[in-house]
Design a protein around this ligand. Structure first.
Ligand SMILES: [Zn+2]
Length: 302
């Protein structure tokens, strides 16, 4: 017992000796790690750059100020006062990294050229952007670091996720909305998806179209987009080749909701689903084939 008491006493002495700045080591480690992450979000390395210098330079200029702001804001470590006057303290942990994207949203630009889209995304008045734009000829232009938040999804939702921009990478395909997607463009998209899915461990069912997450507002990518080919390469879900008959008590609306669709406007959700999975019938008719296809995708939910 005596030994135990003296051990406790010694412990108290040791702790109190080092208690002037007890977290100085973790503070140091936090800072070192943060510097590495600041470098990571500042990286402007692109896989391929084939734009005119002029446009690239314009982009660099427009990004600099914003980037400084975000680099500074991730360095902030001040205690804050919460509602009701409750004060928080700061102690740096050493166990952290950057938040990463968990969805990929595919769009078509509804523009006439890659240059037109890049110009729009470098214009502060337009308030829209994406991480990547892929040209008709397969050119891939990266416009934003993957860790930063682009403005491509708008007021979209998927399941209970209501801020898709915060959790996704946006990929825009140069396409006017009425033309087929070129083979070169799709090949570049597949290459990009391969890299991103692996790098961020993105679940295959989280590779979606803009219209899937915003069925009342958006139609992109159009019914000409090859979702089946993407799924065959491991990106996105696809229905069974031979559909099984949905049970009699199978309910379409909750099933679509469980898949992720907002069903506030059920017709819009059915149309978005068919544009994606039954592109030869891009309408909101709920026939047997549609119900069985919804059932097939519903059964594949993790
Ligand atoms: Zn879109």
């Amino acid at each position: 017992m005596k030994n135990y008491i003296s051990a406790v006493f010694m412990g108290v002495v040791l702790v109190s000796c080092g208690s002037k700045k007890p977290y100085v080591e973790s503070e140091k480690a936090y800072k070192v790690q943060l510097e590495a992450y600041k470098k990571q979000i500042s990286s402007m390395q692109a896989a391929q750059l084939s734009l005119q210098e002029q446009v690239s330079e314009l982009y660099k200029e427009s990004t600099k100020d914003e980037l400084t702001r975000y680099k500074d804001s991730i360095t902030l470590k001040k205690p804050v006062t919460l509602p009701y006057g409750i004060k928080s303290e700061w102690v740096s942990t050493v166990n952290f990294n950057l938040r990463k994207p968990n969805y990929i949203i595919i769009h078509h630009t509804a523009q006439d050229s890659l240059a037109q889209t890049v110009k729009m995304f470098t214009n502060p008045d337009r308030q829209v952007s994406a991480h990547y734009v892929i040209g008709d000829d397969g050119t891939v232009v990266q416009m934003l670091n993957d860790y930063l938040r682009a403005w491509h999804a708008g007021a979209g939702t998927w399941g209970k996720d209501t801020d898709i921009n915060s959790v996704s990478i946006g990929i825009e395909l140069d396409n006017n909305g009425f033309e087929p997607f070129s083979l070169k463009q799709i090949n570049s998209l597949l290459a990009l998806l391969t890299k991103l899915k692996k790098e961020y461990n993105i679940p295959t069912q989280n590779i979606l179209g803009h219209a899937d997450i915003a069925p009342t507002r958006k139609q992109d990518p159009s019914a000409l987009f090859p979702w089946k080919a993407l799924a065959a390469n491991g990106f996105g879900l696809w229905q069974d080749e031979i559909l099984t008959e949905a049970p009699l008590d199978f309910q379409v609306e909750p099933a679509l909701r469980i898949i992720g669709y907002s069903t506030k406007n059920l017709n819009a959700a059915i149309l978005a689903f068919k544009r994606h999975y039954i592109p030869e019938e891009p309408d909101s008719v709920l026939d047997r084939k549609t119900i069985n296809t919804i059932y097939s995708i519903y059964k594949k939910q993790p």
